[in-house]
Ligand binder design. Structure first.
Ligand SMILES: NC(=O)c1ccc[n+]([C@@H]2O[C@H](COP(=O)([O-])OP(=O)(O)OC[C@H]3O[C@@H](n4cnc5c(N)ncnc54)[C@H](O)[C@@H]3O)[C@@H](O)[C@H]2O)c1
Length: 358
């Protein structure tokens, strides 16, 4: 009989909203909750009260120096993703880092290189790839069902949904970007994954900040709370881009944290020369359009999927670390996403198309 694998010893850096979700997620997946670090006393106290078995540290450095960890989750504001991930990898840990991978492509590349050198898993928190709809569409893409995918569309529209206005989410020096970094990345990444992750080569984009004045912003209920008066608000609240790929395909991306138009859920579309699929995230099925095999008539059909057949991010991460299962959200692919994010801001600032080097 095979010996049972020891539970993974996980350290969590950053104990805010998503850090707490990771602690719960790893517990649910059977990993041991070993340690956590956060400079905020209130965050440490809240965590300690809820999980008395977790060893708490004021700094990630102290947590890593104490040793005894197999993996680290980086759930800090964006600016601290790269330094914390690299430190954890160099301390011998596998890393699950929140999205975006970093705040520039150069830092993302350093993270990927560190993980490669150390032979560690670097998985990123763009979990929308693991959604059943993404997995099912990607299976069909890989099987050639759509033919050559030449166009895709990814969108999410919030009428008024800026998170933590005046906090770190809207402070460029800490967040790196606004709507594009926060919700745009999930939207873009899962559709790009469905396309088969073609290499991006050029971006033409415009980003806007037309609702970033806290004094006039009409606050709608948000999980991150009401605006913090006096804080910074110097990031984009919306962005629109045309991304071109090396295989000739293109994608239109549309993202708003705030806009004068009705809310729309996250949506995706891939269009191939045989068939195309469109979906709304959260539904149990998606629509396929294309010529049928019996006379070539255009047909619209619904593809359903079994939601329980796909792994969640914590089980998948543990599987990658303990069983060597190939990571479905690898750092090296998210470094390519980061190149697109960098190019979106550069293109908007320059007012023209920006080329992306392979
Ligand atoms: N995958 C997802 O769906 C998802 C959802 C929400 C947030 N996120 C990402 O998770 C990260 C954290 O977001 P959040 O909503 O939990 O933010 P948050 O503000 O709720 O929590 C951030 C925590 O990090 C701590 N912190 C700040 N600087 C630190 C440092 N240098 N070292 C250690 N801890 C530090 C803060 O004290 C705070 O407790 C962000 O990168 C965000 O983009 C991902």
């Amino acid at each position: 009989m095979k010996a049972a694998k020891k539970p993974l010893r996980v350290g969590v850096v950053g104990l805010g909203a998503i850090g707490q979700i990771h602690i719960n997620g790893f517990r649910g997946a059977g990993a041991m909750r070993a340690a956590a670090a956060d400079p905020a006393k209130s965050a440490r106290e809240k965590t300690q009260a809820e999980y008395p078995d977790i060893k708490l540290y004021e700094t990630p450095e102290a947590m890593l120096a104490a040793g005894g960890l197999d993996a680290v989750v980086v759930a800090t504001p964006n600016k601290f993703h790269a330094p914390n991930s690299i430190a954890a990898i160099e301390a011998g840990c596998h890393v699950l880092c929140e999205k975006p991978i970093a705040t520039c492509k150069a830092d993302a590349d350093k993270m990927v290189a560190a993980a490669k050198k150390a032979g560690k898993v670097l998985m990123i928190g763009t979990q929308c790839r693991l959604m059943p709809v993404s997995q099912k569409v990607r299976q069909l893409t890989d099987a050639g069902y759509f033919g050559n995918i030449y166009f895709a569309r990814a969108s999410i529209v919030r009428q008024r949904g800026i998170p933590g206005m005046g906090g770190w989410f809207t402070t460029r020096s800490v967040a790196g970007g606004g709507a594009i970094y926060d919700i745009g990345i999930h939207t873009y990444d899962h559709v790009w994954y469905c396309m088969g992750c073609p290499d991006p080569v050029a971006v033409s984009a415009a980003v806007y900040a037309r609702h970033m004045d806290m004094n006039s912003y009409v606050f709608a209920e948000m999980w991150a709370g009401p605006p913090k008066k006096g804080g910074a608000c110097d990031v984009d609240d919306s962005g629109f881009a045309l991304i071109r790929y090396a295989n000739g395909a293109s994608m239109i991306l549309e993202v708003t944290w705030a806009a004068n138009r009705p809310d729309e859920p996250m949506k995706g579309m891939v269009v191939g020369d045989k068939k195309g699929a469109s979906w709304e995230v959260g539904k149990d099925s998606f629509t396929v359009v294309g010529q049928n095999d019996r006379g070539g008539l255009i047909e619209e059909s619904t593809v359903s999927f079994d939601k329980s057949a796909y792994p969640d991010r914590w089980r998948h991460f543990i599987d990658c670390v303990q069983n060597g299962t190939p990571c479905l959200v690898p750092g090296r692919e998210l470094a390519k996403v980061q190149a697109v994010l960098d190019a979106i801001y550069e293109s908007s600032a320059r007012g023209g198309e920006v080329k992306i080097k392979p």
